[in-house]
Design a binder for this molecule. Structure first.
Ligand SMILES: NC(=O)c1ccc[n+]([C@@H]2O[C@H](COP(=O)([O-])OP(=O)(O)OC[C@H]3O[C@@H](n4cnc5c(N)ncnc54)[C@H](O)[C@@H]3O)[C@@H](O)[C@H]2O)c1
Length: 367
């Protein structure tokens, strides 16, 4: 750990304080208060779920994109069309979280009228954890699905290098007295950020994540991306689903797809031009919400009570680990991993916000 980060080691930070710090950082980079708040909301939600690779750690590359001009801090996304069950949003290279929230809000609004709706986003950037947007629909008592295309970095069966992105997909389903059932995954074996985290912490990665040009598995995260490529989850099945996401997010929205997408972490002013897709299904159109959630509770209970294998004492529903971590974060504060703290220290220094970070960690009062 660097000297600057050491003082925060072992300290917990409340999600609300982390959100306020993030807003300050983004305002210092010329974002409006409302855009900064929307973005912070998405990033801190990911941290609270324990998805640290896609939380406030992303402030460093996002603000770098703003400084370089690849994200336009002054732009606002625009709904180009919204009728029947279809909407299209032009992200205008604005903050991707703002465009994505607008698109899911639009999909939810249309689904109330039409029963179900799709909202696509074009000309966007890295939207973070897909699950946040799926959850917006679940909070509105709908079934939500969120996805995005991503710059090419994943191999496909038969290829010697990267062909497609690790295109993430998430769904969220209201489940009555249970927390929403909520899956949020990359279509690769793991999200690329996990390879970078292993690289940063000097840890090897498990076999089966990376494949080199000779087709052999690599456990050295330093091989990525120059000498090895990440594999799709479940072979051809993950590849096939990633391709559907590419169609719904990139081809259908008029955004870039596959090799047309620029790597958002590159240090240049070219927009990433990613596309996203959001779907909302209004449950009430098919059955009363109470009947649906009762059926969901029954489904959850049947899964949970299945016979456990070996020493396994618990079967988790998708999202259950995240809900557990979230309640712990709000009860006792977030225990951020070192790589997140390092990133917060860096972005605090870059934006003259070190005092605000001290305050967020409760080290000293703001001046
Ligand atoms: N914006 C982007 O460009 C981009 C690209 C790729 C991934 N991502 C994000 O990266 C994050 C992590 O992706 P990942 O593929 O590494 O996720 P992961 O492999 O950690 O899987 C997480 C999901 O699996 C569920 N899960 C885990 N173990 C479970 C178990 N035993 N039983 C039931 N459910 C279980 C979790 O509840 C969660 O929904 C996601 O938030 C994703 O949206 C974003």
């Amino acid at each position: 750990m660097t000297e600057g980060a050491k003082q925060y080691e072992g300290r917990r930070i409340h999600p609300d304080r982390l959100r306020r710090f993030s807003v300050r950082v983004m305002e210092r980079c010329d974002l409006s208060r409302s855009q900064a708040e929307e973005t912070a909301e998405v990033l801190v939600a990911a941290d609270a779920w324990g998805v640290f690779t896609h939380g406030t750690r992303q402030l460093v590359p996002l603000m770098n994109n703003v400084r370089q001009g690849a994200i336009d801090a002054k732009a606002s996304p625009q709904v180009i069309s919204a009728e029947g069950g279809c909407a299209l949003v032009d992200g205008r290279n604005a903050m991707p979280m703002v465009s994505s929230r607008l698109a899911m809000r639009t999909a939810i609004g249309l689904a109330r009228e039409a029963g179900a709706a799709y909202a696509g986003v074009r000309h966007s950037n890295h939207f973070g954890a897909a699950g946040y947007y799926a959850m917006m629909a679940a909070e509105a008592k709908m079934i939500g699905i969120a996805m995005s295309n991503v710059d090419v970095c994943m191999s496909v069966p038969g290829a010697a290098g990267p062909v497609i992105g690790t295109n993430p997909i998430a769904y969220a389903v209201p489940a009555g007295r249970e927390n929403p059932v909520f899956l949020d995954i990359a279509t690769s074996v793991v999200a690329v950020s996990k390879v970078f985290s292993a690289k940063a912490s000097g840890q090897p990665i498990p076999p089966g994540w990376l494949v080199n040009e000779e087709g052999h598995s690599s456990t050295d995260p330093n091989d990525y991306p120059e000498h090895a490529t990440i594999l799709p989850m479940a072979g051809h099945k993950g590849y096939g689903i990633a391709l559907l996401i590419e169609v719904l997010s990139g081809v259908l929205t008029g955004s870039s797809f596959l090799g047309g997408i620029k790597r958002w972490v590159d240090d240049d002013p070219l927009p990433a031009d990613q596309g996203h897709a959001f779907l909302a299904i209004d449950i009430e159109r098919l059955m009363p919400l109470a009947s649906f959630t009762e059926r969901m509770e029954a489904m959850v209970s049947e899964v949970r009570s299945a016979r456990k294998a070996g020493a396994s004492g618990r079967i988790f529903l998708p999202g259950e680990m995240e809900w557990d971590r979230r309640s712990e974060a709000y009860r006792n504060g977030l225990a951020l991993p070192d790589f997140v703290i390092e990133n917060l220290v860096r972005v605090a220094r870059d934006t003259d916000s070190t005092g605000a970070l001290d305050f967020a960690f409760d080290i000293r009062k703001p001046q």
